[in-house]
Structures are given as C-alpha cells and as structure tokens.
Design a protein around this ligand. Structure first.
Ligand code: KIV
Length: 314
C-alpha cells in the first residue's frame, strides 16, 4: 500500500494520500471500509485524525450545513468551495466530491463538472447517482482518468420524482432493477458503489455479486463498508436522526449546553474572569490618562485637559 512514503533522505516516513488502488487493496484484504461525509476543514481534519480512509463531500451538505430543503438546491460552485476545504483538512483520506443535481446529464457535462472537482476542488474522485441510466457517464469519466463512486437505491437528487425517502428494492421488479444497476455501474468502471436504503438481504446479495466494494447506508451489515452523514454520527443536530443512524456522540446537546452556560456567564459578568484576562502595569495606564502626581499638579494649565497632556501620543 502506498499510504506511507519516505522523504528524500529515506528517514522520516510521512503519510501519503490513499488512492483508489489502495481502497481496492483494502477491500481485497477483507477490510471493511469506514466512510463518512465531511463538509469543511475542521470536520475533514477530524475524519483524517480518526484514520477514516474514504471521505465524501456529500451533497447532503445542502441540507445539513447550508439549510436547503433538498440536495437539489446546491450548486457546483458551492460544492467546490467545500471540497477545497475538505481537501485542505485531509492528508491521508481519499476525498470524493459529490456531483450535484444536473451536472452530469450527458458525457460532456459530466466531464466538465468532474474536471472541476479534480482540478479546482482537489478531490481524487467523484460520486454520481443512478444505475443503468448513468453507466455511460461513469464509463466516460473513468476512461478519462476520473475515478468514480456510484450511488444506487435511494438517490436523494431524484426526490422530486420519487416523492419520499423510503427503502428501495422491496418488490421483485425493483430488486431486479437494482441488481442490474449495480452490475452496470461496476462494468462501467466505478471503483466503489454506495447502496442507500436497500433491504439488508438485497444489499448483501448485490455485495456478493460485485467485485468492487459496496458502501452501505441504511442497507444493513452485509455491505463491504458503511457511510454515515457526519452530523448524524456525531449527533450534531438536535433533530431526531433517521432510523439507520447510530449516534456515537451527542455534540449538538453538548454545544447547546455550552452556549447556554456561556450566555449565563456573560449576563452575570463572570466571563471573562481572571484566567481569560490580560492586565497591564497600572502605573503605565495612570501615566497615559494623566493621573500621575506630575499630571495632577499640572491640571488646568494650557494644553492639559482633564489631566491628560495633549502633547502625549495617545
Ligand atoms: O450526500 C451524501 O451525504 C451522500 C451519502 C449519504 C451517501 O450521498
């Protein structure tokens, strides 16, 4: 694996960024792939510090960070702005940029948007939603040197068409079609595929039939890896999370309680206290304000107002 490389002298090893080949090797070695979303420099640094190998700048950014109602609203420029921050915040994780709604309607459009993710955003790969319908776009991107992660099942960019966030693939017809979608994305050359909100048995069956790693969200334990929206996993929101989320922290409550305590301290005049305050030599200030014995004696003389000599540099 190319994760550790030496410097010119060969002495100090440094961490190098993972590649899609590394991810493939981890998968071949049987390592389950812990994946999270990150949206900015601090969350990216946290993910990298935790040793997360795959970080997605998901278009869930639209909802969980920017407050839009759906992911449909986010633009390519907004995604790039956040992708750059995530890339700056990571040195090891492979960063995947999520191509927003309608930026890959055809091959030319997809190449333009993906090119911006890699060149301007600094991402190492992109993610696109859709199965058979997106396979040709995936093939073109891969042929042009853009590593692609697929995404099937519940595809949030299609929310206005599907109407509601619900498990996909429970009927024979849907399950058959999702299996076809997964195979099409693999054959198009994707290095991994997200399976969102699939029944566990279907996700496991797809996983067993693919060579590339499946990354599940709300699709049970039978996938090769899992992805979670970082704000869900850390409990950063005070809202109730979706059923598939396991909260590993309740940072939203911790943060709210901290803010309540801060406001109370400010209102009571107990913040800042001695520990957060810098003081100066009182004699220096007395001198500046014209409160020294010399100044007091001269008060009332021309050029001295309220004890402050005006020729002094204030
Ligand atoms: O945008 C996102 O966060 C995603 C993941 C949930 C897979 O697409």
């Amino acid at each position: 694996m190319s994760a550790m490389t030496g410097d010119a002298s060969g002495s100090t090893p440094r961490t190098a960024r993972l590649t899609v080949a590394d991810i493939g090797r981890m998968h071949a070695d049987g390592q389950r792939l812990a994946t999270v979303t990150a949206y900015d420099y601090p969350t990216a640094r946290l993910a990298d510090a935790a040793g997360i190998p795959l970080v997605l700048v998901g278009d869930s950014l639209a909802q969980v960070v920017l407050g839009y109602e759906t992911t449909v609203r986010i633009t390519l420029d907004e995604m790039l702005h956040h992708t750059r921050a995530v890339v700056r915040g990571t040195s090891r994780a492979l960063v995947v940029g999520d191509m927003p709604f309608l930026t890959y309607p055809d091959e030319a459009g997809a190449l333009g948007a993906a090119g911006r993710f890699l060149q301007e955003g600094g991402a190492q790969a992109v993610k696109v939603e859709g199965g058979v319908r997106t396979a040709r776009v995936v093939e073109t991107l891969v042929r042009n040197g853009v590593p692609v992660m697929g995404h099937i099942g519940l595809t949030p960019q299609a929310i206005h068409a599907i109407g509601k966030f619900r498990v996909q693939g429970k009927t024979r017809e849907q399950a058959r079609s999702l299996l076809g979608d997964a195979l099409a994305i693999q054959e198009a050359g994707a290095f991994a595929i997200v399976l969102e909100l699939l029944p566990a048995q279907l996700a496991e069956a797809i996983t067993q039939r693919l060579r590339i790693p499946t990354i599940g969200i709300g699709s049970g334990p039978g996938c090769d890896g899992q992805i979670q929206v970082l704000t869900d996993l850390l409990g950063l929101s005070l809202d109730r999370p979706p059923r598939h989320v396991r909260r590993y922290a309740t940072l939203g409550e911790t943060a709210r309680d901290a803010l309540v305590a801060y406001a109370a301290d400010v209102e009571a005049g107990t913040f800042p206290g001695d520990a957060e305050t810098v003081r100066m030599d009182d004699a220096v200030l007395a001198d500046v304000l014209g409160l020294s014995a010399l100044d007091r004696a001269a008060d009332g003389e021309p050029g001295i107002i309220g004890g402050i000599p005006l020729d002094r540099d204030l």
